[in-house]
Design a protein around this ligand. Structure first.
Ligand SMILES: NC(=O)c1ccc[n+]([C@@H]2O[C@H](COP(=O)([O-])OP(=O)(O)OC[C@H]3O[C@@H](n4cnc5c(N)ncnc54)[C@H](OP(=O)(O)O)[C@@H]3O)[C@@H](O)[C@H]2O)c1
Length: 238
C-alpha cells in the first residue's frame, strides 16, 4: 500500500498506538486518532499537526457500539478507510489469576481488548470487503499466544482477551480469503514497551513496538502472507 488514504488508529492518543499514528502519518496516511479521553486525543492531534502531519482526532469508546457507529459516520464524510489499527487496550489487574478475577474484571478487559476490535471491524470491514481493498492490524500480545510466553498463566483476563483477539484475526482473515480478495488481516505483538501500560522500565520504546504495525500497513500486498501473528516483521507461532 502506498500510504495514502485514511488510517484509523484506536488507542492512538497514547503509547504504541500514538507511535503507530506518527509512523503512519510519516508514510502519507491521513490518520484518525481514536481515544476515549478528549484532552489526550486533542493533545496528540495538536502535536502531530504541529509536526506537519495530516491527522484528525475522534473521541470514541470502542466498547460502545453507538459511539463506534458515530465514528463511522464522521469518518465516512472524510473518505474511504484503508487501514484499521486496533491498538486500544487495557491490562488486567496484576493479581487477576483465573480464580481471582471478578466477573466485572473479565468483562472490563475483554470488552476493550476483544469487543473493541470486533466493533471496529464490524464498522469498517464491510466497505473494505466491498472495495476489495483494506487492511486490519490487531495489536495483540505475546501473553495471548498458545506457545512460548503465552504458557505462563496469570493476568488471566488479559491473556484470554488477546488469545481471542488472535482467533478473531485468523477467522476474519480466512473469511476474506487470506488476502486473495484484497483485504489483509493480521495480528502483531509489539513486545514489552515503555508506555503507561508497559511501565518505564520496559526494554523497548513505543516506536520500536509500533514498527511492525507500520510495516504491515505499508508492505507490498502482492504475495503477502496474511492471517498471521507477527513480531519484529516476522511471522511467529500463535
Ligand atoms: N506496552 C506494552 O508493553 C505492550 C505489550 C504487548 C501488547 N501491548 C498492547 O499494545 C496496545 C497498546 O498498548 P499501550 O502500551 O500503548 O497502552 P497505553 O499506553 O495504556 O494506551 C492505551 C490506549 O488505549 C486507549 N483506550 C483504552 N480503552 C479505550 C476505549 N474503551 N476506547 C477507546 N480507546 C481506549 C487509551 O485511550 P485513553 O487515553 O482515552 O484512555 C490509550 O490511547 C494494547 O492493545 C496492549 O495490550 C502493549
Amino acid at each position: 500500500m502506498d500510504g495514502s488514504g485514511i488510517a484509523i488508529v484506536t488507542g492512538g492518543s497514547r503509547g504504541i498506538g500514538r507511535a503507530a499514528a506518527v509512523g503512519l502519518a510519516e508514510q502519507g496516511f491521513t490518520v484518525a486518532i481514536v481515544g476515549q479521553d478528549a484532552s489526550r486525543v486533542a493533545s496528540a492531534v495538536e502535536e502531530m499537526v504541529g509536526a506537519g502531519h495530516d491527522v484528525i482526532g475522534q473521541v470514541c469508546d470502542v466498547t460502545d457500539p453507538p459511539d463506534v457507529a458515530l465514528l463511522g459516520a464522521e469518518i465516512a464524510a472524510v473518505g474511504p478507510v484503508e487501514l484499521v489499527v486496533n491498538s486500544a487496550g487495557v491490562m488486567s489487574d496484576r493479581m487477576a489469576k483465573t480464580l481471582r478475577a471478578s466477573p466485572e474484571e473479565w468483562r472490563r478487559v475483554i470488552d476493550v481488548n476483544l469487543f473493541g476490535a470486533i466493533h471496529l471491524i464490524g464498522q469498517f470491514g464491510p466497505a473494505m470487503v466491498e472495495r476489495r481493498r483494506g487492511r486490519v492490524v490487531n495489536v495483540s500480545a505475546c501473553l495471548g499466544r498458545f506457545t512460548g510466553p503465552g504458557l505462563a498463566g496469570g493476568l488471566a483476563p488479559y491473556r484470554v482477551s488477546k488469545a481471542a483477539l488472535n482467533a478473531l484475526t485468523l477467522n476474519f482473515a480466512a473469511e476474506t480469503g487470506f488476502g486473495r480478495r484484497g483485504v489483509l488481516v493480521d495480528a502483531m505483538c509489539p513486545a514489552h514497551c515503555r508506555t503507561d501500560m508497559g511501565g518505564p522500565d520496559a526494554p523497548r520504546s513505543a516506536e520500536q513496538g509500533a514498527d511492525t504495525i507500520v510495516w504491515l500497513a505499508t508492505r507490498d500486498a502482492v504475495g503477502a502472507q496474511t492471517g498471521r501473528l507477527w513480531e519484529d516483521r516476522q511471522p511467529i507461532p500463535w
